[in-house]
Design a protein around this ligand. Sequence first.
Ligand code: ADP
Ligand code: MG
Length: 279
Amino acid sequence: MNTGQSSAVVLEARDVVMRFGGLTALDSVDVVVTEGAMTGLVGPNGAGKSTLFGVCNGLLRPNRGTVTLLGEDVTHESPQARARMGLARTFQQPEMFRGLTVRQHLTLAYRVHASRPRLWKDMFTGAGWRRPDQAEKERVSKLLDLLSLTAIADALVDNLPLGTSRLVEVGRALASGPKVVLLDEPLSGLDANEAKRLAQAFQRTVQEDGTSLLLVEHDVPMVLSLCTNIFVLDFGRLIAQGDPDTIRADPAVKAAYLGDTPIEGVSLEDGATPEAAGA
Ligand code: ADP
Ligand code: MG
């Protein structure tokens, strides 16, 4: 299926089969993430979204099929090896280090990748928190700006509202400068305003940071507003793939979501998505 775009593929899951005992959670699924774009993976609960997420990040080893990251077959590589190659992920319930500010949190995340041995040495030899160097300061202030967190950069992460802590979590994932970020239901539990804010942060990340995102989401309207290419799973099978208009018009998608979320678009304020929002 052609989406009309010829961008490079940065992540590809090909012919993936994943079984749990007698249950086939993924049945010959193909998904591609294109460079500098936001790709969506949607489907009703139990469709296999998180399973595919696990296969892509390396926590799950598929029974069949391959995963290719930046042109390299990583099917047998660990999550850590994939992370080093430029694949990052977010966590739905991120572990925040209490007592650190938003800025310190992002600095720590950057440090984990940029100077891993030094970080662990600092942490375990009691050297404690060291002042950020210039490179750290620059990357972190760029991230704060990208995610509109500058105003609360010096607030403690301890009691942030859920929407803001998700932004910090996205910042943590981006701190290492990944090529591809996998997000598993980042919008769940957020109110409409928080969801829009996070969605706008995703758009800026793609447009200004050049990162490629795979958004795994239950919220179909939001995915249709944000993503240029969307894959729809149902009972472990890929039932549709294409641009938002194709997905909206697809009878199999409508049937899968019957009685579920209405399949419309949502508009993102401030004209942040001039084309997608009006579609
Ligand atoms: P989704 O994220 O789309 O809601 P999942 O990928 O979590 O769906 O689950 C797909 C199917 O696989 C479900 O039927 C689920 O119960 C099953 N499943 C997921 N993980 C496991 C596991 N570790 N062991 C057994 N069954 C699992
Ligand atoms: Mg899931």
